[in-house]
Design a protein around this ligand. Structure first.
Ligand code: 8YV
Length: 331
């Protein structure tokens, strides 16, 4: 039987308005149960789809790409980060890859600030006191955190999200420092009153708070290695809303256990959804705040991401270059 319209396979449940629109526009196969797809499910989907719409929970590696059907021509990722996809392998096979940049910037930056405040001001710890019925009343020396105003924030990765974090942090009275592969435009530095550190090592040694906001690429895997983590001072707070793989988690855990770092706020993990037991123990002890990858989790954000996917798929199927094409040179 000749198929009339190209088949778009979506690997996870998306917001209803997005799914409805996709079904109107394309021959769409949805995932009603939202269960993450196994490797076998993905291989099956990639053998029959013209377009695959995966998420961060789908590992589209070289083997899967090489086994994909001839029809597969577009992988339109529902997400900004594309570290779940072997982009080089896809391009070698003539498959275009797109993502959803821009629409989750502000939400992720908000969550970064939330984590900074949570760790510095012990918000999660404090929030459990009243429900547990254990509040004995105010005391001058109880539940003291650390002030963020006047402190130095070091942002690793001054792209869209890093800059959005800087804008917020500036309003909170933090001084802005950053490390990036390339120095940003002077006008941006001026606006944010941001200091550029060419040497990440030197920046790490001088910050009160460090926020990871760069993508996970082969070049940033364990960028915060055991050696680099040790450059930070014991009073420093580390926050990560980017990808778990950027930090050597085992080394971080060890430093937190030894009080060689003041605390950490983590929204992402190396082997999600698995989280090391030792980190969970540190969370129970109030040393870290752990969130289950919620950085972009707003209703508005997820609809915007879906709309970006639709625009990319539609443009591609209409024979145009999709606006959010990912090229290996960007990684
Ligand atoms: C998304 C993210 O929720 O877009 C990203 O890179 O990390 C998340 O905020 C996720 O990727 C959806 O696939």
């Amino acid at each position: 039987m000749v198929r009339k319209r190209p088949l778009v396979v979506v690997t996870r449940k998306l917001p209803e308005v997005v799914e409805t629109r996709m079904c109107e526009l394309f021959d769409t196969r949805l995932n009603e149960t939202d269960a993450p797809m196994s490797g076998v499910d993905l291989a099956e989907a990639m053998s029959s789809a013209d377009v695959l719409v995966p998420t961060v929970t789908d590992r589209i590696d070289r083997k899967l790409i090489e086994g994909a059907g001839e029809r597969l021509k577009l992988i339109a990722n529902f997400g900004n980060g594309v570290d779940n996809i072997d982009v080089a392998a896809a391009i070698e096979r003539g498959i275009t890859v797109t993502n959803t940049p821009g629409v989750l910037t502000e939400d992720t930056a908000d969550m970064t600030m939330a984590l900074i405040l949570s760790v510095a001001r012990r918000i999660v710890e404090g929030a459990s006191v009243i429900p547990s019925g254990e509040w004995g009343g105010w005391s001058p020396t109880w539940m003291l955190g650390s002030r963020i105003t006047g402190k130095r924030l070091g942002i690793i990765g001054m792209g869209r999200i890093g800059q959005a974090v800087a804008r917020r942090a500036k309003a909170f009275g933090l001084s802005i420092h950053y490390h990036n592969r390339r120095r940003v435009a002077a006008s941006i530095e001026e606006q944010l009153e941001a200091t550029y550190w060419e040497s990440l090592d030197q920046m790490l040694a001088r910050m009160d708070i460090v926020s990871v906001n760069c993508p996970h690429t082969p070049g940033t895997y364990h960028l915060l290695s055991a050696r680099r983590l040790k450059l930070m001072r014991p009073t420093t707070i580390l926050v990560n809303t980017a990808r778990g793989e950027i930090i050597d988690t085992a080394a971080l855990v060890q430093m937190l256990e030894r009080n060689e770092l003041a605390g950490a706020g983590l929204d992402v993990f190396e082997h999600e959804p698995a989280v090391p037991t030792k980190l969970v123990r540190l969370a129970k002890a109030g040393k870290v705040t752990l969130l289950p990858h919620m950085g972009s989790a707003t209703q508005e954000g997820r609809i915007d991401m879906g709309e970006k996917v639709i625009v990319n798929v539609k443009a591609f199927l209409d024979g145009h270059r999709p606006p959010d094409r990912v090229l290996p040179s960007m990684l």
